[in-house]
Design a protein around this ligand. Structure first.
Ligand SMILES: C[S@@+](CC[C@H](N)C(=O)[O-])C[C@H]1O[C@@H](n2cnc3c(N)ncnc32)[C@H](O)[C@@H]1O
Length: 328
């Protein structure tokens, strides 16, 4: 379904066409919000469609290879201005969305099945650590694995790699298990809320060489991130690496959220139309989080991508954070 999302605030309307962060997607599966609307009076639920990931999928296709770069000061100032004006929705709604995150992701995968995300072949190019499995058998974990768009490509290329995969959406794990390449001895998928359920229920403590976290921590409210990182750390070997990529502050998607008030839950945390959450991280925030939990930062950089829709002569500035953290 072709879809175009336009921003209509005063600030946005004063932008040039090229600067307007308008997102056009021809790959987005049709999606109806299934967020239940409770009867809290006078506070609307989010009404503007803000799709999570076709943007990522599209930018992967259009913008290879991945290289770090920075947004111009002018664009950063503009993004900051829009974001700072936005205000949080009422606490009752904030709690509701935070409490229903798992349910809403489960509905997301029931609705979209395997059609939403593309295979993430780029991860292995960016995080070459997986290639080391050709020299020694390696055990790894993908947290928030979704329907397995990373695990199956990486397993295919690395025959001596074993991969655990977990997600808190049972429907996603069911789809992983139904995948034609799901094979005992190569991978094991299980349902787990990283912020609550000990990973050691499924994985031997301190046994993993690598953990990947790709657009997952952004789905977790800030107050639960420490618990999630501690949980991941418990199953990693000393010297093991976390490969991290996620949304960064001042990304066009954040500007888009803030341009349509009614999405903001907390600082840099928003709710999508379908009730799933999206946090935008700064490098300082992530470094502090991992370092205080006993990791060393090897890399932590902003990656800027200008996604161009040639047909509409529009560009969108995507901004991600990519990092490698090693357990002390
Ligand atoms: C944006 S999707 C990314 C999926 C996958 N990593 C990828 O890159 O295709 C975020 C995923 O994180 C999962 N997730 C969010 N919070 C989680 C939590 N607390 N514990 C486990 N999984 C979680 C969601 O169910 C969803 O599958």
């Amino acid at each position: 379904m072709a879809e175009t999302i336009e921003h209509t605030t005063d600030i946005m309307s004063s932008m040039t066409l090229k600067d307007t962060p308008t997102v056009s997607s021809s790959t987005t599966p049709s999606e109806t919000s299934s967020t239940t609307t409770p009867s809290e009076p006078s506070t609307p639920s989010p009404t503007t469609p803000v799709e999570p990931s076709p943007i990522e999928a599209r930018q992967e296709k259009l913008l290879q290879p991945l290289e770090p770069s920075i947004l111009s000061q002018e664009k950063l100032d503009f993004a900051r201005q829009v974001i700072e004006k936005d205000v949080s929705i009422k606490p009752w709604w904030v709690n509701k969305y935070k409490n229903e995150a798992a349910k809403n992701w489960d509905k997301f995968y029931k609705r979209n099945e395997t059609r939403f995300y593309k295979d993430r072949h780029w991860i292995e190019r960016e995080f070459t650590v997986y290639k080391e499995s050709s020299k020694k058998a390696m055990r790894s974990l993908e947290v928030g694995c979704g329907v397995g768009n990373f695990i199956f490509p990486v397993l295919e290329k690395n025959p001596d790699l074993f991969m655990y995969a977990c997600d808190f959406a049972p429907s996603a794990i069911e789809l992983v298990k139904q995948h034609k390449d799901y094979a005992e001895g190569r991978c094991e998928a299980f349902v787990c809320d990283l912020t609550i359920n000990p990973l050691t229920d499924h994985i031997e403590a301190e046994s993993l060489d690598v953990v990947s976290s790709i657009f997952v921590l952004s789905a977790i409210p800030a107050e639960k991130l420490e618990a999630a990182v501690r949980n991941i750390k418990s199953v990693m070997k000393s010297g093991g690496m976390i490969c991290f990529r996620d949304y960064a502050v001042y990304d066009a998607a954040q500007v888009k959220f803030s341009s349509n008030p009614g999405h903001k839950l907390d600082t840099n945390l928003y709710v999508r139309q379908d009730g799933t959450l999206s946090h935008f991280f700064s490098a300082e925030q992530m470094k502090t989080l991992f370092e205080q939990e006993g990791f060393t930062t090897m890399e932590c950089d902003y990656v800027h991508r200008e996604t161009i829709n040639r047909a509409m002569a529009l560009s969108v500035d995507r901004r991600f954070l990519q990092a490698k953290f090693v357990k002390n």
